[in-house]
Ligand binder design. Structure first.
Ligand SMILES: NC(=O)c1ccc[n+]([C@@H]2O[C@H](COP(=O)([O-])OP(=O)(O)OC[C@H]3O[C@@H](n4cnc5c(N)ncnc54)[C@H](OP(=O)(O)O)[C@@H]3O)[C@@H](O)[C@H]2O)c1
Length: 390
């Protein structure tokens, strides 16, 4: 029995405060939850607002984060960039057998965690789920759900292709994480398509890759055009880790499975603009002088989009199985609210509540789908009517 069922770390940041509000609205009344972070005065104010206790713990203070990990059954974290402040807390949770989830989309850091902490987390009974925000919960659970539908129809699970239509704004914390990743890893370090697999060196050769496509291409089945998607490198690799971890189980995606993901636009010219903007962003993030300018003129850590932008935002995910112009199966999910805050916080909080309720099915470094599977989808449904059709 720990002092708290759940601790929200990094609670005083932009997403952290939204997560605290979400918990205060949706946590079961009996849940013993608390907040933690580095700034005592902000924690005190937030703690009073939600009538919850707080713990002071700088992410780089190993004994302090150990106290957080020891005090809780589950920790969820919004304290990023995770590459900069995140590792001691995940390490402490893995060793204490404390379940943990966060908002990281920092591929290199997640890879590092898998290398260091998967065995110890398994041994101590901790379920660790990075990428529990907009990246990569909808993609990972969407593929898991569609794969189940295909399996039940008796068809084989082959190519699944994801298309996102999005509306929202950019957080300073997200920008800081992108800059941090570019400082620690080169694009070559992260290009391996199976980077997050249990053994990337083996799976490179014997797993299928998605078909090669033009940068911008027409998707007749959706009457749309597709462009490269900013979060695809993370989402695709998380989904592939899920496929690898499920291999040999009753949820096996099969040997013909592969996944790729794109941005969707109804207009070809807009799709070309999205593609060009992404190429420019990736180029700029790898030029130290330009990253300094991005940091200077972009939104700062602690800043994020207005309430109006957040509430009028949206996430639409469509997954097509087989030929994208004539798909055999299809899944459409709609999430109201902006991807980087409203949807992100909803996902993280439901992952945390599910872990705190003892619903995880695996230990070690997991993905949302391998750890919580259909139960997490149900929770997201229960939280709101999210699913349009499957
Ligand atoms: N997965 C997704 O879809 C998604 C979406 C949005 C954001 N994110 C990620 O989530 C993270 C947070 O984003 P955000 O917009 O909330 O950023 P933010 O407003 O800058 O918040 C960062 C949080 O980290 C805390 N922090 C900073 N240094 C710390 C340290 N040394 N020890 C402990 N806490 C520390 C900050 O504390 P103070 O309040 O004291 O400054 C703050 O609570 C970022 O990494 C971002 O990339 C992911």
């Amino acid at each position: 029995m720990r002092e708290f069922d759940l601790v929200l770390h990094g609670a005083t940041g932009f997403t952290g405060q939204l997560a605290a509000k979400e918990l205060s609205l949706y946590a079961p009344p009996a849940l013993r939850w608390a907040i933690s972070g580095r700034s005592e005065h902000k924690l005190q104010e937030l703690g009073e607002k939600h009538a919850v206790p707080y713990l002071v713990a700088d992410g780089l203070d190993a004994p302090a984060v150990q106290r957080v990990a020891d005090s809780a059954g589950t920790v969820i974290s919004c304290a990023g960039p995770f590459q900069e402040f995140g590792t001691p807390l995940v390490r402490a949770c893995a060793h204490a057998g404390t379940h943990y989830a966060d908002l990281s989309g920092e591929l290199g850091w997640i890879w590092q965690l898998i290398q260091e902490l998967h065995p110890v987390a398994q041994e101590r009974g901790a379920c660790i789920i990075p990428a529990s925000g907009f990246d990569s919960v909808p993609s990972d659970l969407g593929v898991y759900t569609l794969a189940e539908t295909i399996r039940q129809s008796g068809d084989a699970i082959g190519d699944i292709t994801g298309f996102y239509r999005l509306k929202g704004g950019l957080n300073g914390g997200t920008l800081a994480s992108g800059v941090s990743q570019s400082r620690h890893y080169s694009p070559e370090d992260l290009q391996h398509p199976f980077l997050l697999d249990p053994d990337p060196t083996q799976s490179w050769d014997n797993r299928l890759m998605p078909p090669e496509r033009e940068k911008v291409f027409e998707v007749r089945g959706l009457r749309s055009f597709a462009a490269p998607f900013l979060m695809a490198p993370v989402n695709e690799r998380v989904v592939r880790r899920t496929a690898a971890l499920l291999s040999g189980t009753s949820n096996d995606y099969g040997n013909d499975f592969c996944y790729s993901e794109f941005h969707r636009s109804s207009d070809k010219a807009k799709a070309k603009q999205i593609s060009a903007a992404l190429t420019m962003t990736n180029w700029a993030l790898n030029k130290p002088v330009l990253t300094k300018l991005i940091e200077r003129f972009g939104p700062k850590p602690g800043e994020g989009p207005s309430e109006q932008v957040r509430t009028t935002g949206l996430v639409e995910l469509t997954l097509l199985a087989g030929d994208i112009d004539n798909p055999g199966h299809r899944l459409d999910w709609f999430f109201p609210g902006d991807p980087g805050n409203t949807v992100t916080v909803r996902c993280l909080v439901q992952v945390g509540l599910s872990l705190a309720a003892g619903e995880s099915r695996a230990t070690g470094l997991q993905t949302p789908a391998t750890a919580l599977g259909a139960r997490l989808t149900e929770r997201l449904f229960e939280r709101d009517a999210l699913l349009n059709s499957a």
